[in-house]
Every structure is written in C-alpha cells, then in structure tokens.
Design a protein around this ligand. Structure first.
Ligand code: SF4
Length: 424
C-alpha cells in the first residue's frame, strides 16, 4: 500500500504556546514500551520529583491489570509538569521521549480512504485562537507523528456509512464531505445562515436514496441540493428566535450539561457518592428550574432562565471562529465513522451541528457568571475549549441514550430552533 497522503486543514494555524492546559486536563494512558522507556529515564533519582512519589498509576482495580497512566500532582496536573509550565521529560530528553499521546495532541488523525485527514482539538486554547504557523506548512513535523501512530501493516478501512442504511465508496463519501465543507466557506454570509444551510442540506441527504446516485450523478446531485439550499436560505435572510419544544429543551439541557463538565468519563464513573451527585444534577437539568448545578468551579450558580434571554448577535470574531471550527472538523472527518463512535455521516453532522448551541449555552453561562448579559469573544473561546474537550472523546456521546437524544432533537426540528435561540 502506498504511503498515505496527509489532508491538512488549510485555514488553521497552530503551535504549542506552553500554557500547560492539556497537562492539567488529560489523563495519559501509556503503553508497556512507554512505561519501560520512562523507567529508564530514572525519575526516581531526579530531585524534581519528590522522593517516593510514583510517576505511574495503575488503571483499574484488577490485580492482573497491566494498564498504567502517568501520575498526577496534588493540583491535578501531570507529574512531569514543572513550575514553569513545561514538561520535564521534554526538557531533559527531547520531545520523542514523551508518551505518544502527548506528542499527538492537539492533532487527531482519521482515515480518509488510503489517506489521512488531519483534524485538531479545540480544547487547546492555541487552536481556538489560531496561534502559530499554518498547519498545512507543518507537514514534515506532522508526518513524523503520523508515522508513529499508524500500524505498520495498514489496510484501508471501510468508509463511514452515509446514513444508518446506506454507504457509498470512499471517493463518493469524500465528495459528500467536501460539499458539506464548502457550505461554510462563504465569509460573506453570516455563520448562522451557513450552519442552517448545512443542516437543511444534510436533511436532504437523509431523505434521498443513493442506489443509483454515484460518481458523476452524485456530483450533479450535490450541486443541485446546494443551489436549492442557498435559495431556501438567502444570505440576507432575517433570522428570529423560535422557542424550542419542552421535550427538546430537556434533551438539550442534558446534552449541554455533558459538554460543560470538566471531568473525564473515567472520573465520572468513580464512586457511589460521585454517581449520586451526578444523578441529582441530571434531575435538575431535566427540570430546568432554579439555579444551574455548578458542574465545575468556573461557573457560578445562576438561574437556568438567565441563559434563555437574547444575548444579541455573535461577535464577528466568534463568527470567524465557528466557521473555522466547522471547516476543520468536517475536512478532518472529525464527526463520523472511526473518529466519532462509528456514527454515520448524517447522524454525526447532527451531533456536530449541536455543538454550536451547546458552546453558546456554555458561553452564556460564563458571561452570566461574571455578571454580564452580553457575550465577549473570550466567553465563546473558553466555552469552545470546554465543550470540544469531550467531542469524540467522552464515551458517553456514543452511547445509545445520547444518540437517541440527538435523533429526537433532529426529528422534532429542534436543532434548527436551538441554533437561532442561542445564536441571537
Ligand atoms: S493546551 Fe495547547 S498550547 Fe497549551 S500546552 Fe497543551 S498543546 Fe500547548
């Protein structure tokens, strides 16, 4: 099999700015080889690590488990994070000596036929703020990481399904993904209109049958539905807020709460007391009355109702951020198939479309926590970093109850309403 080409995002910049956010947020599971490599680095003899402090922790309670993760310091940060916010392994032995997961972040690599689509995680503040060198000019560095990630004997995996019932080959699947991405390219049209167009476009894909629509006929079909959608949602369309159905409101609050958490799934599943407190807060999110349970220290206890007021139009910087976010996620195939709980294209896009109201709901919570009723660019940036930490990584989002929540929101047409409700 020929070496895979990298499909890099053309609109994204990134370099690490050593904010240490990822070293404070993630648990890093390590392979046996990585454990052995770190043991040979003799951190037990290094003064920077307190005497007797283990640098690994066993995962799970089973005595036969041989899964390990890096230990954490008392403040929750990685054991190897130093006072200057730098990685001790990196400083002493160079980047290749670190666990592979640390080298890969914030990149995410997904099969695109024989090639590799490169996406990024917006949980990294430098990705959100578009800081650093253009990603498409860093192919040499990225390829070195990809070479370590890819198995030596690699086969082209099957393409993600288009819908629950239909699949196209890789070339046609990539055409559909490419056409969807184009809907976010127009910088002259407001982001909200582009998102509504994309949602309506994907609904048309869901309603169509593709037995005979392949190859050139697919090109024609995609171009026709794109034109139809632009007519349905002209660039100068006046948008207004439409209230969400009662059931839709409950489903959305439960979804947004999941995105607003700071904890990882592993933490959430620890301990009966923890589970009881999660159950109590799920009940409050279902009712949507009184104060919002504080899911993390960042948020104040403010009434649910305060997030339902109009916060006005999106700041123009945030419009640009969302357009970039959707293009990177779509081009990087970061919403379907292998990258996203093996979910088909249509359903995966409904999940991705819901990221917008979820991020906006969290941004409002941040603003209200600081006593404001208008949004600042920083609120949206921070909310995106919080929510995208989970996108495609927290197992709960691929579970049947969560998937059925998203399907219900799509059937009741509430996704569309949520986009304008929290976008205006
Ligand atoms: S969160 Fe991003 S910028 Fe901060 S240390 Fe990690 S990779 Fe670097």
């Amino acid at each position: 099999m020929p070496a895979p080409q990298l499909k890099l995002p053309t609109i994204q910049n990134w370099n690490c700015h050593s904010c240490a956010g990822c070293c404070r947020q993630h648990e890093i599971e390590i392979t046996t080889e990585e454990k052995e490599r770190i043991e040979k680095q003799r951190w037990d003899q290094d003064e920077s690590i307190p005497t007797g402090q283990p640098v690994f922790v066993k995962i799970g309670l089973s005595p036969v488990s041989n899964r390990y993760r890096l230990a954490h310091q008392e403040d929750g940060s990685c054991i190897f994070l130093d006072e200057k916010g730098l990685c001790r392994i990196h400083a002493k032995f160079g980047e290749p000596a670190k666990p592979l997961a640390c080298q890969v972040y914030p990149y995410a690599f997904h099969p695109a036929g024989n090639d590799i689509a490169v996406s990024l995680r917006f949980s990294c503040p430098s990705v959100v703020s578009n800081l650093g060198k253009r990603v498409d000019q860093q192919s040499t560095e990225i390829r070195k990481i990809v070479d370590q990630v890819l198995p030596k004997r690699r086969k082209t995996p099957p393409p993600p399904r288009l819908t629950a019932k239909e699949s196209l080959g890789w070339p046609d699947t990539l055409k559909v993904v490419g056409s969807l991405s184009q809907l976010f390219q127009s910088s002259e049209t407001r982001f909200l209109i582009n998102l509504l167009r994309a949602l309506a476009w994907v609904e048309l894909i869901e309603q169509s049958r593709f037995e005979t629509i392949r190859g050139e006929r697919l090109d024609e079909f995609l171009s026709l539905i794109s034109q139809a959608i632009v007519q349905e949602y002209p660039g100068d369309l006046e948008l207004s807020r439409t209230p969400i159905s009662r059931l839709g409101g409950i489903q959305f609050r439960l979804l947004a709460a999941q995105y607003a958490r700071k904890d990882t799934y592993a933490e959430a599943s620890r301990g009966l007391i923890r589970r009881l407190s999660l159950f109590r807060s799920a009940l409050k999110f279902t009712l949507g009355k009184g104060n919002i349970p504080c899911l993390q220290d960042r948020f104040a206890a403010v009434p649910f109702s305060q997030l339902e007021e109009s916060f006005g139009a999106l700041p123009s910087e945030s419009e640009k951020l969302f357009a970039r976010y959707y293009r990177v996620k779509i081009q990087g195939l970061h919403f379907l198939g292998a990258a996203y709980y093996d979910i088909p294209f249509v359903e995966g896009f409904y999940h991705l479309a819901l990221m917008f109201p979820a991020i906006m709901w969290i941004a409002r919570w941040i603003a209200v926590s600081e006593g404001r009723s208008t949004l600042q660019v920083e609120d949206v940036n921070e909310a995106m970093a919080i929510a995208d930490h989970h996108h495609g990584y927290s197992p709960v989002f691929g579970m049947p109850h969560f998937r059925s929540r998203v399907r219900n929101l799509s059937r009741s047409q509430d996704i569309k309403k949520l986009i304008t409700w929290y976008g205006l």
